[in-house]
Write a protein that binds this ligand. Structure first.
Ligand code: MIG
Length: 823
């Protein structure tokens, strides 16, 4: 339905070319298009003609601009950025893009349009907000783009259900969907990633709606062929990413927003949490139980009950009489400690609670226009909230972590940072969510801004402050921050989990598209609470969840106050055995997963991703969301329903092996057995999987490195390693080993290049396992025939081992004749 109140930009009145930009004046308003890179355009439109200044908290990093060639072509202006072309219609102001092969994408159906919005048209009608703040804050800008019939829309960050979000509306406003009285509008949750990846046969492209104000995508929900971009804030500002593959789009997005941080190695191990392991005795008993049962563990999380009356940056000295001792004891077992911190600081003034007194004295807390402190209720009672838009406040907040770090705490868990606030103490009847009024001024006098503009950055900036604090206070260690709220770009500082889920089959299933979507937005280090947060988990669900959890980039078990325990052994010996095997497999996979973390750090490549990422040409796989890739080599097909003991598995083109048996499988689709504890795990032919020995913690050395080779196709893999602990990787203390397999006429050749780079791994044995149809006729190691190999008839693989000396080696295998028909 055309909106009669909408104003449109009208004819192009004049234009001007700059070396890297085109500036267009319309009958009303101004468009500016910048070539921020050869393959990225930034498009801005302002009805008033004035463009908003760059913010210091802008998630986009400055890039050296690319030249933009502009020419007139009849009724249009032609723009050429190198790997992206565009045509601007001088009659309507509509823009159309083309990739380097001339394939069209992101075609506007008209020029941008705008009008003032009433609060009743926004999600804020459900808050006590009487009206939108005057000025830019209530000015909504709209743009319609064409949805081609065969295009799917992916990404959009943290959502529930469905990978492809075509035919839906998606809001961008951070909130705690579980808070009392909150109405989740258009599937927005704790985090906002106002970006997507569009994919149709032959082309992938991306779009980042560069707005921190309330914004919304209508992806063919209102009109099936129309994609509407909408934002408040009085300016349309978006980046177009030219692809042409999903991997290229994610690379382009993370080139803009920064590459994901490299976590320390321990953080990729298994984490155990609950609300709360609430005393020193309980925490030590937990760590001991893991060790006694021989279950690997790298971190225990301390939820809010370690604090004194929920005052952030304090300890309850009755339950934790000696925090240094608590953490020391854990470290002695190779277990790290992670402590939760909420943004709400108890409003306890003049009583010796330094964070509150100092915060008030330093002007660090959010205040109304008359200087009255904004307050709301959270765990500690009435609380004050830091204004992270002020750089001095972020620094001050970061410094508050000193006590925790001095106690030896290894990581910081930022919770409730949407922020989640209520209007009266939790137990009081009628408790409702309370938000910071949209007209509240933040950023101090240096860079004043409204809550309406910066709300979506609250968690992002809190996580950043925690990370930068750790880096400042403990520069020789890699910081590690886990955050609930966030924004596109938070991946530069923090890992995130998806907030409060339920112990339900539905939430187990949802975790796959949810985490895969995060990965497409450049946020690769993600996980959900294994076993589910609310409600009581039970054996079968726990088994299914932890066997999938092996593959979550961030693997943590967590559950709510008062629920059934969710330790690996809480559901009896049968489930414990499954959980142990799942966690052990995680530890075996660490060299592979950690290499993936390095790859993510370099290019944004997600660890967990939908099939469309690796197989964009296979359109029949685009919608598959119950099967995912873990890096380019592994594909998993979990079971997310009760009682089901087999799985229909789609097999992308190429040959595949069963990870457990080593046997070739396919062609697909096929139905594979999936008994409890054994979801299908498939390996792509041509893979070289690097597996470590099972360790009880990553504090133990890697002493055996298995190279699992799946011939059937040529393949290369670079194993990437470092000390796992310090920032020395930034200065080149990284070891890389190039591995290669090449099918030959009568067998296969494996080569390992000499290790390069400035990190020296712990001494270890290399164990090469090559899957073959039959025992080999001959094997040569570095040119010499050797008999020092072993044939594993069960797995149909040869095994050969040597001490890893970091030098180049070559193994040539001449295959024998199959003695029995291949399986
Ligand atoms: O109001 O700290 O999502 O993981 O255990 C609940 C207690 C506050 C919410 C987090 C959850 C955490 C819980 N927190």
């Amino acid at each position: 339905m055309p909106d009669p109140e909408l104003q449109t930009c009208g004819l192009v009145a004049s234009w001007e070319a700059e070396p890297h930009a085109l500036v267009v004046r319309h009958a009303e308003g101004l468009t500016r298009i910048d070539a921020v890179a050869r393959d990225i355009l930034r498009v801005r439109f302002s009805p008033s003609g004035a463009l908003a200044p760059q913010r210091s908290w802008d998630p986009v990093a400055a890039l050296p601009p690319a030249p933009l060639r502009i020419s007139e072509a009849g009724e249009a202006l032609r723009l050429d950025g190198g790997a992206i072309q565009a045509v601007l219609d001088r009659g309507t102001g509509a823009l159309a893009c083309f990739d380097s092969r001339g394939l069209p994408f992101a075609h506007d159906l008209g020029g941008p349009a705008w009008r003032e919005l009433d609060v009743r048209e926004t999600p804020f009608e459900h808050t006590p907000e009487p009206e939108l703040p005057p000025g830019r804050a209530r000015m909504g800008v709209f743009l319609d783009k064409l949805i081609p019939p065969d295009e799917g829309y992916f990404g959009f960050g943290q959502r529930t259900v469905r990978l492809d979000r075509r035919h839906s509306r998606l809001g961008n406003w951070n909130l705690d969907p579980c808070a009392p009285g909150v109405r989740q509008e258009h599937d927005n949750r704790y985090q906002t990633h106002p970006c997507f990846l569009a994919l149709r046969p032959d082309i992938a492209w991306g779009l980042y709606l560069h707005s921190t104000w309330y914004s919304r995508f209508d992806v063919g929900a209102g009109r099936s062929q129309v994609l509407t971009l909408f934002t408040l804030g009085g300016e349309l500002d978006y980046y177009l990413l030219a692809g042409p593959t999903p991997a290229a789009v994610v690379e382009q997005l993370t080139r803009l927003t920064g590459r994901p941080a490299l976590p320390p190695l321990w953080a990729m191990g298994y984490h155990q949490s609950r609300w709360s392991y609430g005393s020193d005795a309980e925490v030590q008993a937990l760590a001991r139980a893991f060790r006694e049962r021989g279950i690997p563990l790298d971190a225990i999380h301390l939820d809010i009950d370690y604090m004194d009356g929920f005052r952030v940056f304090t300890w309850d000295r009755e339950r934790f009489p000696d925090p240094v001792h608590t953490v020391d004891q854990l470290h002695g077992q190779g277990v790290r400690a992670v402590a939760i911190i909420d943004p709400g600081v108890k409003k306890e003034l003049g009583d010796g609670y330094t964070p509150a007194d100092e915060g008030v004295a330093g002007g660090h807390f959010i205040a109304g226009p008359d200087g009255t402190l904004f307050s709301g209720w959270v765990w500690p009672g009435e609380a004050l909230f830091p204004d992270f838009c002020r750089p001095e406040t972020s620094r001050w907040w970061g410094d508050q972590h000193r006590g925790l770090l001095d106690a030896g705490v290894d990581g910081i868990w930022c919770d409730m940072n949407e922020p989640a606030i209520v209007d009266r103490p939790f137990p009081v009847r009628g408790v409702r969510n309370k938000s910071i009024p949209l007209a509240t001024r933040l950023g101090g006098s240096a860079e004043p801004a409204l809550e309406a503009e910066t709300h979506n950055l609250y968690g992002h900036l809190m996580a950043r402050a925690a990370t930068e604090g750790q880096a400042r206070l403990r520069p020789n260690r890699r910081p590690w921050t886990l955050t609930r709220s966030g924004h596109l770009g938070t991946h530069r500082w923090a890992v995130s989990w998806m907030g409060d889920n339920r112990s339900s089959w539905e939430d187990l299933g949802t975790s796959l598209p949810q985490l895969a979507s995060m990965g497409l937005c450049g946020s690769p280090h993600v996980g959900v609470d294994i076993g589910g947060f609310f409600d009581n988990c039970f054996g079968e669900l726990f088994a299914r969840w932890i066997e999938l959890g092996t593959f979550y980039p961030f693997m943590r078990c967590h559950t709510a106050l008062g629920t059934h325990p969710q330790q690996p052994w809480s559901f009896g010996p049968g489930i414990e055995a499954i959980a142990r095997a799942a966690i052990e497999l995680r530890y075996r996979l660490l060299p592979y997963l950690y290499t993936l973390a390095h790859r993510a750090h370099r290019t944004g490549e997600p660890l967990l991703r939908p099939l469309l990422y690796d197989f964009p040409d296979q359109t029949d796989l685009h919608q598959i969301e119950d099967q995912v890739m873990i890096g380019p080599c592994l594909m998993i097909a979990p079971v997310c329903r009760p009682g089901v003991r087999r799985r229909l598995v789609e097999l992308p083109a190429g040959s595949w092996h069963d990870f457990r048996t080593g046997a070739p499988v396919g062609p697909g689709p096929l139905v594979l057995p999936a008994p409890l504890g054994q979801i299908p795990i498939l390996v792509r032919a041509g893979s070289i999987l690097t597996l470590g020995n099972v360790r009880r913690t990553t504090a133990e050395p890697l002493t055996e490195l298995t190279l699992l080779v799946y011939p059937g196709a040529a393949g290369v893999w670079t194993l990437i390693e470092d000390d796992g602990e310090t920032p020395a990787h930034q200065e080149g203390a990284v070891a890389e080993t190039d591995l290669r397999i090449e099918p030959t006429g009568d067998g296969v050749t494996f080569t390992q290049a000499a290790r390069s780079g400035g990190f020296l791994p712990h001494p270890r044995t290399l164990l090469l396992r090559v899957h073959l149809e039959a025992p080999p006729a001959a094997v040569r190691l570095d040119g010499q025939e050797t008999r020092g190999w072993h044939w594993d008839p069960q797995q149909r693989a040869i095994e050969l081992s040597w001490a890893d000396d970091g030098k180049a080696h070559e193994v040539m295998i001449q295959e024998g004749r199959p003695r029995d028909p291949p399986r």
